[in-house]
Design a protein around this ligand. Sequence first.
Ligand SMILES: [Zn+2]
Length: 246
Amino acid sequence: MPVVTEEAIVLTRYPFRERSAVVVLLTRHRGVIRALARQAKGKAGGGSALEPLAQVTVTLYLSPRRELATVNEVELRHSCMALAGRPAAWAAALVAAELALEFCPPGTSQEALFRLLERTVAWLEQGVEPRVVVGYALLWTLKLAGVLPDPSTCARCRTPLAEEQLVFVPTEGFCCAGHGAAGVSLSLASISFLHQALRRPADRLTAVPGPELVGLLRSLAQQFLEKPLRSLPVFERLQGATPGPC
Ligand SMILES: [Zn+2]
């Protein structure tokens, strides 16, 4: 049975039989791997290293005949338990984890998605506004998947789009005002977020994405995945509960 050691981020875990768990790991070089983690008798430490969003170095047995790998050794490099005390930031990190899980097809290596998730967690820990981080993670996941339409030219007539006016037409992409009659106009805040986020890291953005931009990114993700993102409504409910500028 091949044994591999990988840097990984725990995307999720669920109980499996007695004293075991299945962990879903995003590894740096091998994409998403599902693995069985047995909890050793009288030893609590092994299990706690595999909490959601923990960054670990993990040694796995890969079985060519079984879907599940087996966790042999885990070393915790970074725990995200400090984020769990901030509900909106934690929910934002779970959105990023779900995006990584859904957009990394099994058996493919997606190092860019790994780096995006790693940085997303770091920005949230540094105190970057969760709405900015969620918008950034959505935008870049769609871009890395090749699903984000080009916001610099009109999808219909190919003329360069002025930065102060951007209309999104669901079946076409970003359009000029002349071709965007059936579309959603983006707010100035959303337009500047879009342009900034494609050029800079999330901790250097001054704009916050508006709900119409988040809504269109979410529907692009949903069309691509053919199902809704489960973590996003949870995040949005937490946002709704927090008073803030709109
Ligand atoms: Zn046009």
